[in-house]
Write a protein of this length. Structure first.
Length: 362
């Protein structure tokens, strides 16, 4: 039975472990420095909103296309997973359209006639008479919001149900991971799901990976009805606006920023004020029109999106004699692409197992 170590317990590692375990026929250990329940600047997944706002261009849309049906099913049929259905409202500002939407940070999200109109349920263009002031156009569709504080532990539970074992561990070099299987045997395959730390991990040291710093404010106020986001804001090029209410009492996330190459773990109070102002302007019902003073703050937070020049890395590579399947660099779409990417990881693991069996090594 092939032995697999999944290095990383963020949404990427956990989803891979689950999909591999569901297949059966593997002995799987998840090894990680940080696990669900931890909040740390080196651990991105707990900080995400998270919702589904398709970001890829059509040519790269496989990960998001393949993930959406799974997240939709979880939201509708598995309440204990911590997702609920919400309407996404995507708005293009007149001033951003005038500059060719160059400032918009998500490649595919703000495109006219986007590929995802065929994929996301209840897609509709917003009629001109419903658009807020200053908006050129926009669309709405059915999405989900994930309470990551519930969903990540739920993934751990699902993995455990299928026999996955969990171990804390810090590796300096990727090749150390293959000694960490709970079986005591050397792992045949290591799945590298180390997120932004892939740029610091020995044997990988991927210099294309960099943090895209996201600052958020979590509030008790409810954002009923819809999750707005817009193509830009007047405050700064690396600041954005989005609002989403998490399922199961997880509070409402106000975002945010997309600050490339910033490792700063500390919430900036000036940015926090700007985030709250933009959120209340876009969704006045948050405070019944009473402004940011009426926001009830749960906490401020910062997470580092694992961005990568050239996009996500999902491929196999032999390092120091051990097969490694990489799955990192998901930037701001790690949840909404998680099952699509895990599906590819399963394919690559299968290829390796078949190849090694042919050579009678497994
Ligand atoms: P991580 O969650 O960082 O996990 C990495 C794991 O690897 C950890 O367990 C860590 O301990 C382990 N690790 C790393 N190095 C080592 C080592 N050397 N030894 C042992 N263990 C190691 N995505 C969406 O889809 N929708 C959203 O709405 C959304 N909103 C976001 C908002 C914010 C503010 C932020 C910051 C991100 C958002 N994202 C969103 C992006 C999403 O959170 C990330 O893409 C995703 O969490 C990346 O997950 P990961 O598992 O690859 O990395």
């Amino acid at each position: 039975m092939p032995t697999i170590v999944v290095l990383g317990a963020g949404v990427s590692g956990l989803t891979c472990a689950l999909e591999l375990a569901k297949q059966g026929g593997h002995e799987i250990t998840v090894v990680a420095k940080h696990m669900p329940g931890d909040y740390d600047i080196e651990y991105t997944s707990p900080w995400a909103g998270a919702n589904v706002l398709p970001m890829a261009l059509d040519k790269d849309s496989r990960w998001e296309r393949r993930t959406w049906p799974v997240l939709r099913r979880l939201a509708k049929e598995v309440p204990e997973a911590g997702l609920h259905v919400q309407t996404a409202r995507v708005l293009r500002r007149e001033k951003d359209v005038a500059t060719g939407l160059k400032a918009a940070l998500a490649d595919g999200l703000f495109q006219f006639d986007p590929w995802y109109k065929e994929v996301m349920d209840n897609f509709r263009e917003i009629p001109a008479n419903e658009l807020p002031k200053g908006m050129h156009s926009g669309c709405e569709f059915m999405s989900v919001c994930i309470n990551t504080a519930i969903y990540l532990p739920w993934l751990v539970g699902q993995c455990a149900k299928y026999g996955v074992q969990f171990k804390r561990g810090i590796v300096k070099h990727i090749s150390q991971a293959h000694n960490l299987s709970h079986t005591g045997k050397k792992a045949d395959i290591v799945v590298n799901a180390t997120g932004v730390l892939a740029c610091k991990l020995g044997g990988v040291m991927d210099k294309a990976v960099y943090p895209a710093r996201g600052q958020i404010v979590v509030v008790r106020n409810e954002a009923k009805g819809f999750m707005p986001t817009s193509s830009g804001c007047d405050d700064a090029d690396d600041e954005i606006m989005y609002v989403m209410q998490r399922a199961l009492g997880g509070g409402t996330i106000l975002g945010g920023t997309y600050m490339r190459h910033s490792w700063d773990p500390n919430p900036d109070p000036n940015i926090a004020v700007r985030i709250m102002k933009r959120a209340v302007e876009a969704h006045p019902e948050l405070t019944d029109g009473k402004g940011i003073e009426a926001l009830s703050i749960i906490r401020h937070g910062v997470g580092l999106r694992p961005a990568r020049e050239g996009g996500v890395r999902i491929e196999k590579e032999k390092i120091d004699g051990t097969w490694v399947v990489h799955n990192y660099g998901h930037a701001g779409w790690g949840y909404q692409g998680s099952y699509g990417c895990a599906e590819k990881v399963v394919e690559l693991v299968d290829e390796i197992v078949k190849q090694e069996k042919r050579q009678s090594k497994l």
